[in-house]
Design a protein around this ligand. Sequence first.
Ligand code: PLP
Length: 395
Amino acid sequence: MIAEKMKGMVANSSAIRAMFEEGNRLAGIYGAENVYDFSLGNPNVAAPEAVKQAILELLEDEDPVVLHGYTNSNSGYADVRQAVAESLNERFGTGFEGKNIVMTVGAAGGLNVILKTLINPGDEVIVFAPYFGEYRSYTNNYDGVLVEISPNTADFQPKLDEFEEKITAKTKAVIVNTPNNPTGVVYSEETIKKLAAVMEKKQKEYGTEIYLISDEPYRELVYDGVEVPYLTKYYANTIVGYSYSKSLSLPGERIGYLVIPDEAADSEAVLSAANVANRILGFVNAPTLQQKIVKKCLKEKTDISYYNRNREALYQGLADCGFSCIKPEGAFYLFVKSPVEDEKEFCAAGKKYHILMVPGSSFGCPGYVRLAYCVSYETIINSLPKFAELAKEYF
Ligand code: PLP
């Protein structure tokens, strides 16, 4: 018998698995080129050539016993952590040292490490809808309570009045994700300053420490020169979770890091506990070869122009059909308003045209659907006549 707690989690993930299987089923019948699968956030741009070169050099030059061994510290190689800190300082004017960096098994690993580090049973973790649905499971892993702030569908910036009302003495952490999955929205500097002010005020009111966890796997995926504020500069109790899954197109390699600045409350204890959490969650340490690769590739980036071309084509194509959505400034998702209240009905209608979309209720925002445009440009162009047919059912 599986654990009680797992039953709900299994039920949730079967919806995603069902979608994946539906994609395969349709591809089997109609051919993959006739299925428009916008359901998965799996990058389809290859990792930069420099990543391959780095791997070849490492295999040639490094002592394999060291390269494939456990790291001395569960937080990662000292030289890699130092290089990451310096790269952040250079780009964002921060003052991190290697000790402030904990190398992790992607952003998912990093989030689990920091939640394990911080959360007591019953502690509240606030998220702004729409949000990455896994936050619910990660919080549940440590018996925390997820508290949702309802979506602001006008521009998908967070609703700060409701946020202020929902912070309690039990609030231990707030997770923000900008550029955002699923909306592609980037939180403005003004929003960040206001959010920080609310958190400062509430910390004083309750005499507590509330950590802001910035989950930023899409930091580098921005368009039209948009700036993504670096949150540690606005609020002392900020912890950053980063990932190379999207910025270097390495999602299967499971590599990222946490930044735990000296300014964060109890930073030394948090750093030591995160080191232990990395170990006892069973990660032990972030993959060693991947750590060395990212050190060599700190200046590399995925091909943003590829995603940008997709963004423009899909956004314009859908607008021409009569669908409405906010033009995303980052990540690789479009969050489209469903023409009917029940967006699951809309997703089901899309399947008739072999279009696969994810219902917004998976992100705490019913009435919308998410399209991941990290697909081939041809898929987008070929899908547009199908979207036009789908649109005719509503407009
Ligand atoms: N956070 C967000 C918002 C994501 O969209 C994802 C993956 O899609 C993750 C975290 C997990 O990323 P990783 O592959 O780095 O674990």
